[in-house]
Design a protein around this ligand. Sequence first.
Ligand SMILES: *Cc1c(COP(=O)(O)O)cnc(C)c1O
Length: 462
Amino acid sequence: MTTHRTLYSQLPAIDKLLRDTSFCEVLRNFGHSQVVNTLRTMLETAREHIRTQEQLPDWNDDWAAQVQARLESGLRSALQPVFNLTGTVLHTNLGRALQSEAAIEAVTQVMRTPVTLEYDLDGAERGHRDKALASLLCELTGAEDACIVNNNAAAVLLMLAACASGEEVVVSRGELVEIGGAFRIPDVMRQAGCQLVEVGTTNRTHLKDYRQAAGENTALLMKVHTSNYQIAGFTKAVDEAELVELGNELNIPVVTDLGSGSLVDLSQWGLPEEPMPQQLIAAGVSLVSFSGDKLLGGPQAGIIVGKKELIARIQQHPLKRALRADKMTLAALEATLRLYQHPETLVERLPTLRLLTRDASEITDLAQRLLPAFEGKYGEQFTVCVEPCLSQIGSGSLPVDRLPSSALTFTPKDGRGTTLNTLVENLRDSSTPIIGRINDGRLWLDLRCLEDEAGFMESLNR
Ligand SMILES: *Cc1c(COP(=O)(O)O)cnc(C)c1O
């Protein structure tokens, strides 16, 4: 008891600490109230320490340094930069598409100054905010008009609410997908106030199924791109062109939720062929929606392109106001779309495409260069190798389509999962956390998305 009391009496008083010259700098950097709050927490910790361990905490001789360290660690942004070595290029949990330099510059610019977001320089009358981008999107997709919202989930919701609320929407049973999180087509239908009419079966849907289901109360025939899974075998789906023929005959618009919409043919770089919005527009689809931050490689956004009259209905719907994109998104999207006007330089300038088309041999060379550093650091506990692997596009692009790549693999010499987990934690604790993937008892660092080799080495060695 006596020792406790002696120890407690050695704890400093806050006002005395604050007057000490050692506190000048931390006070200047963080201000009085943050410093005092931190000191209060530290005093509690110190008292607890005395109670349980019967000694003073080891930082008792330098409170200023401890306060500084605690406040600095609290400065870490909630959105911390990491190295994405998961092998998934468009990783939703890591923020999907990296932005092009052009988009970054455009965003920086509009953040600093007032801009003509809804302001017409000719007539000083209020224009709508998607106007400038709409003409660019029309040029690129052949559509008549366009609308931009916060993400593609919002685009689908808005499209349905504006064009089919209180009415029926016909969808194939093979396309009632869950995209991830809470986005399931039947739920979105309900939220939009539409009645879902399911047709066909899981594996086969025919044109006659749509024809039989369409009636007086049918507002739309809808196609959903089943981007994140594939069924093989005895299958049949009706493509957009066929469905449009039926739609024209019945006078019912056809709409498509395309998900990951790429504006260029990816097969020219040996990547899997994805349907493009311009193809669907050409096939006569009335509305096509797709994401800004998937294969398009821009900011998070939902893009709807299509017929003028339907887009006008969408623009006027009250939900548009709730789901609209901000000026930063619009600026980044515009800059991204402008890169598509010059497709010859797209691979160089659009990070998503640059990473997806990166040559496996280049990635292997990079892995070989990094190998010695990892062997030196982890070679005692792990067998470190360079091995071929397969990257994924991610974000709902076909999981069965894989891109040949190269990885550093770490196999624990003691064969234990706990050893592997320690390594995972260790890499996550690097100054810029390194995120890999565990597969068959090994850690894989797929190097496809590593471009900053120097920064990576520095982070590893710190
Ligand atoms: C990804 C995806 C969505 C959701 O798009 P977000 O931009 O993530 O909101 C909707 N539909 C399909 C088919 C998708 O692939």
